[in-house]
Design a protein. Structure first.
Length: 315
């Protein structure tokens, strides 16, 4: 029987575009509907690629980078924890390798979350990838050299506006421990001789090329004419570190909980001396500006947690 008052047909709404995520061979890849992408290798939870919507690569990765976990990955964004540089001889980290074990360990992929943009039917325009490392995932060698119960959650957040990377450290044991953190970011550039790193004038730094002596930055920007390896201390994390090619701004880096920054370029001889740094003149195409907490030590009591991170905008 034909009813005079039929219910209106229910419209079918097209599903808005979503980020695509893949996991294969210990590599996680995420691409936004707008085209930006990020690649993370579970070996070290190392970000090895960050591309703009046009496909332009923002990070430098050595052509000789070892990606199978047998050694740390040269390039991208390695995670340095729980010690920066060669460990001091009189510390709980003394038996660990340079830059600790996080970049040399196999992490877990904990999953992804996304957030919607405000436009109608515009889909999800941000994706967050979470990675985990804990005491139980360490090699027996690393456990014996740093026998603390801990948990790390590393979040990589990709949006059209930029890339965020943050680390949460949890003390899951009954004893306190000390640690340092560094996000060892290798930026891809066109010409190191034209690069300026800004907003460091007046800041104190330790110059590792000059026998770890302490200096004050007198220049309006840091430029590169030789090997550079400096630790700038006690920065205001809300003031962006700016990487420019001449007068053209390339990247700006704001931080939370990371009040130090390392500025590094190996230059000619050191680049040649590193077996996994390729090509030899690759130093011309990269600069490291590394957000960290490396001046002294962070301390966590049993049950406490700490978090720090950076957000990189690309112009």
């Amino acid at each position: 029987m034909d009813r005079s008052k039929k219910p209106a047909a229910i419209g079918v709404t097209a599903t808005p575009p979503q980020p695509t995520i893949s996991l294969a061979n210990n590599v996680v890849q995420a691409t936004l509907p707008s085209g930006e992408s990020v690649t993370v290798n579970l070996n070290g939870a190392t970000v090895t690629s960050w591309k703009s919507a046009s496909g332009a690569e923002k990070l430098w990765l050595s052509e000789a980078a070892v990606l199978d976990g047998s050694k740390p990955i040269r390039g991208g964004i390695p995670v340095v924890f729980p010690v920066f540089g060669p460990p001091p001889s009189d510390h709980a980290t003394s038996f660990l390798p340079q830059h600790g074990f996080a970049r040399s360990s196999l992490w877990e992929f904990l999953g992804k979350s996304s957030s919607e943009s405000s436009g109608a039917n515009s889909g999800d325009d941000t994706v967050k990838l979470d990675f985990g490392l804990s005491s139980g995932l360490l090699s027996e060698d690393f456990k014996s050299k740093w026998p603390h119960e801990f948990g790390l959650v590393y979040s990589v957040t990709l949006s059209p506006e930029g890339l965020g990377t943050s680390l949460q450290v949890q003390n899951q044991g009954e004893r306190s421990f000390e640690f340092q953190v560094l996000l060892h970011t290798y930026f891809a550039i066109d010409d190191i001789s034209q690069i300026h790193v800004k907003n460091l004038q007046g800041k104190t730094y330790i110059d590792k090329v000059q026998n770890a002596t302490t200096h004050t930055e007198s220049n309006s920007s840091v430029q590169f004419t030789s090997e550079t390896d400096r630790v700038y201390k006690d920065l205001d994390p809300s003031v962006p570190l700016v990487i420019s090619l001449g007068d053209k701004e390339l990247f700006s880096i704001t931080r939370e909980g990371l009040n130090d920054a390392v500025v590094w370029n190996p230059w000619i001889e050191k680049a040649k001396a590193m077996g996994d740094f390729s090509p030899d003149d690759g130093y011309k195409k990269m600069v490291c500006v590394e957000a960290g907490a490396v001046n002294g030590w962070q301390s966590l009591e049993a049950g406490e947690s700490w978090e720090g991170g950076q957000f990189i905008k690309s112009k």
